[in-house]
Design a protein around this ligand. Structure first.
Ligand code: PLP
Length: 437
């Protein structure tokens, strides 16, 4: 079961250079704690939490046991007009750690579904309170909100948009990164709060009565770890509130302890009207996402609806029993081991270790916040992304899993990492940068 299969042709791999990968496949056969193992038994230190999701470390027993028990007890139960106990328990537990007031939980199966769900809820809410002209959605450049039509439309990654059509009536704020003012920042950069004023300009252009919602990642992850400038999210919050526009934080990456609190909303002290999440919700063990909504949004839709189904939206697997069991066990591990606090405590030693790479000539910028980092390499003028890819491969071959987005190496290890693990990540990354670029 764990050897490399002879035929790799049938699996059309997502977000993958299929031709390159299949010529030179790399895969994992098992995992435990901070490590993966390849089919031939090589150990690889996981500096990315799988894909920003394994926040409590791999194959944690309370989680694997809960999944196994759930699978033997209740394989599936619909949540349309029926349900099962653990999905209610999970919603209650989740509402205990979301920011105050965001305590109505809609379950999905992924981050992309959470985003499209939140956008649909925003439209439904505006309509239900008599604001049906508010249909415009605003995202931000360099934002990643998954791959469904809504998420791609509000997202701001050109490569993810150009193969597809985009929803009409969508605008984008400028991204918040500026190398000149922000390079080598630890935590939130001082420069850039004024960029939120662009929202006022869009309100002036279109009229507030046409805008339903603004969605941003509080810290952009997939486009290279871009922490929000100090004061920026506060401004967005003030402007959205002033104009009756809903504010959505996409916390698919930042949720569950990544930036120093359960959610970035708490870490940055700004409460949106909805939070989208996935990944760390089940520690990556079973697909699950969720949207935490302000009570007024839930009540506006539910209480204003005619008798019957209030929101015509949901997935066959919304609140699946295995995912609910995994989610409950995961939240238990986070709480029992104080992992969010641990992530916050690791921020300083982490920043010290990663910023020490600054002396390398090819390193153009380093950004750290909480237990996440982006190490941006100078791109080769004729081959953008080539250096990132070379470092990713070199690291893998040397037993370290990192993530390369273009020429930025993104790091987001499980929150159980020791100081020795942090040291190993920094050492191996240094070696890879020196030898592969
Ligand atoms: N939103 C953000 C901020 C993400 O980082 C991601 C995935 O990385 C998504 C949405 C999409 O999540 P998924 O891949 O689970 O659909």
């Amino acid at each position: 079961m764990t050897g490399i299969p002879n035929d790799l042709s049938a699996f059309w791999m997502p977000f993958t250079d299929n031709r390159g990968y299949k010529a030179e496949p790399r895969m994992f056969a098992r995992a435990k704690g901070m490590h993966y193992w390849t089919p031939d038994g090589r150990q690889v230190l996981d500096a990315t939490g799988g894909l920003w999701c394994v926040n409590a470390g791999h194959c944690r027993e309370p989680i694997t046991q809960a999944i196994a028990e759930a699978a033997g007890e209740l394989d599936f139960a619909p949540t349309f007009q029926l349900a099962h106990p653990s999905v209610f328990r999970l919603a209650t537990k989740l509402a205990e750690i979301t920011p105050e007031g965001l305590d109505r939980i809609f379950f999905t199966n992924s981050g992309s579904e959470s985003v499209d769900t939140a956008l649909k809820i925003a439209l439904a809410y505006q309509r239900s309170i008599g604001q049906g002209t508010r249909t415009r959605l605003i995202g931000r450049q360099r934002g990643y909100h998954g791959v469904n039509f809504g998420g791609v439309s509000v997202g701001g990654i050109v490569g993810n948009r150009r193969q597809f059509l985009s929803l009409p009536g969508v605008d984008h704020l400028t991204h918040t990164y500026n190398a000149e003012h922000q390079s080598f920042t630890r935590g939130q950069p001082e420069w850039g709060a004024h960029l939120a004023d662009e929202l006022e300009a869009l309100v002036n252009l279109h009229g507030a009565e046409t805008i339903a919602a603004v969605i941003v990642e509080p810290m952009s992850g997939s486009t290279g770890v871009l922490p929000p400038p100090r004061g920026y999210l506060e401004k967005l919050r003030a402007i959205t509130r002033k104009h009756g526009i809903l504010l959505i934080f996409d916390e698919v990456i930042t949720g569950f302890g990544r930036v120093g609190a359960a959610f970035a909303a708490q870490a940055f002290g700004v409460t949106p009207d909805m939070i989208t999440m996935a990944k760390g919700l089940t520690n990556g063990a079973v697909p699950m996402g969720a949207v935490a909504c302000a009570e007024f949004i839930h009540d506006g839709i539910v209480n204003n609806a005619a008798p019957g189904i209030e929101l015509a939206h949901g997935y066959t697997y919304s609140g699946h029993p295995l995912a609910a069991a995994a989610g409950l066990a995961t939240l238990g591990v986070y709480a029992d081991e104080d992992l969010f606090e641990r992530g916050a405590a690791l921020a300083e030693p982490w920043a010290d270790a990663i910023h020490a790479l600054r002396d390398l000539d090819v390193v153009q910028d380093i950004r750290t916040i909480g237990f996440v980092a982006g190490v941006e390499l100078k791109a080769k003028p004729d081959a953008i992304g080539a250096r990132g890819k070379a470092v990713f491969h070199r690291c893998f071959d040397d037993g370290l899993l990192v993530r390369a987005t273009a020429d930025t190496i993104a790091l987001s290890p499980p929150l159980i990492a020791s100081e020795a693990d942090i040291g190993e990540i920094a050492d191996k990354l240094r070696k890879a940068i020196v030898t592969a670029t």
